[in-house]
Design a protein around this ligand. Sequence first.
Ligand SMILES: *Cc1c(COP(=O)(O)O)cnc(C)c1O
Length: 349
Amino acid sequence: MIEPNSELVIDYEHVRNNIQLIKSNLSANCKIMGVIKSNAYGHDLKMATQALDDAIDGYGVVRLEEALKIRESSSKPILAMQGVYSSDAYDALKQNNIWSVIHSVSQLPLARQYQNDLRFWIKLNTGMNRLGIGLDELDQFESLLNDSNVLMTHLACADKPEDELNDTQFKNFDHAWNKIGLAMPRSVLNSAGVFNFPDRAYDWVRPGIAMYGGIDFSGLKTAMTFRSQIISIQSLDKNQRIGYGGRVKTEKPSKIAIVYCGYADGFPQIAIDGTSVLVNSHLSQILGRVSMDLISIDVSEIPNCKIGDWCELWSPELSILENTRKNRLLSYELMTKMSQRVKRHYLNI
Ligand SMILES: *Cc1c(COP(=O)(O)O)cnc(C)c1O
């Protein structure tokens, strides 16, 4: 056995397949602003830019710094989705041909100074009440409302299509767009929206998590494999307690494998007994509290399980959603919190 390490294997072929699935929900002229903020949800911003440049029409990020890094290797549109705040940053947008969101009246003075040089996405608050211009403030944006800019909003409940807030948001958005009365391009949908409201796709959609396979729609696959090796196996009698606090007791004679990975690698500490993992393509389950550097799993039913075997915490074969559903977590958070000490491998760039 070589020196073990926890690993994150990111296969961009899976990301591109997920993008194909997103596209199959959209009309051919709808463009995809692939969201690669937060280091491409843990999939590496640089690698994502290389691997996805032909698969998407533009990049959505949050930080100006991220936008500039993408610009080093791509000539596609880039949108700073949370806006920028200083004249230095506006200069950088101009020099690097980066688009920016305007979501507040407080951004107007600077935005007006640059309105002839920059393209803006004007973000409306249609009911989420986080970022966005109030419908009653829209008059103040007249000089920015033209068809080289985009009118956008963000849904609070795109993943709950039955929630009435969706209707309210669509109504408010339609009302504002009609009132502006120009053929301004529009953008409303994130990942869940693309699958739940494809008729609201308009000119641009902004999928993030779906590209990485972190939401539950048929055919999407978790693109990252998070795995580590088994470094010890305990053969235990009935009624033996396992790990810190001894929170679990064996109900029968059991084989317990100890995996070289813990919460310091990015595995959720709160994972409960019964959380699924994969060993040699067999389902296995966590037993006992997750420690900083180790996880204990039940391999009693796994034939020939031995030291050095790999344990997949999540992967294309074991969706990250198995973990997040069981533990009431968010795939977004798990993906963006992978620790630096986990060794990265990138496939199919
Ligand atoms: C993060 C973000 C998205 C992508 O959301 P997903 O749920 O990951 O698809 C889209 N639009 C905006 C404005 C965002 O901030």
